[in-house]
Design a protein. Sequence first.
Length: 151
Amino acid sequence: MPWDPMRDRVLVVDQFRAGPAARGDGQPWIYEPVAGRIDAGETPESTALREAVEEAGLTLERLIPAPAFYPSPGVAAEFIYGFIGIAELPDDAATVSGLPSEGEDIRGHVIPRDEFMRMALDGRIVSGPLLILALWLDRRADELRQGPAPG
């Protein structure tokens, strides 16, 4: 998930999701972090960098590992690697993007972090991975803004 620590805002994406639509959710366009599958020969980090370009038109300055987890280990082997990607997010950073070859219609939203946290806590964010990143970033933002600890 891209975060601009200077402006203290994040970029999230939304796109139509068939699962919520099939369930009858009144809002099948779901806020999510930038994400994608790891292709052969890629690392989780290189995938995060590639997906930021493809889904949001962003070049991330650096990646900060966030929690990695199984979203539903009782039914699936899917494993999610979480990252906060440091990026500049000026007002015009929100775009409509995605790869036409993958049928993507992705809308970006630049949101101040305090509003983002209100969204997480009042139920407007229903994507588990985004909710985890929101809570983790809220807990760690001040520490992350100071940069890596001396080695």
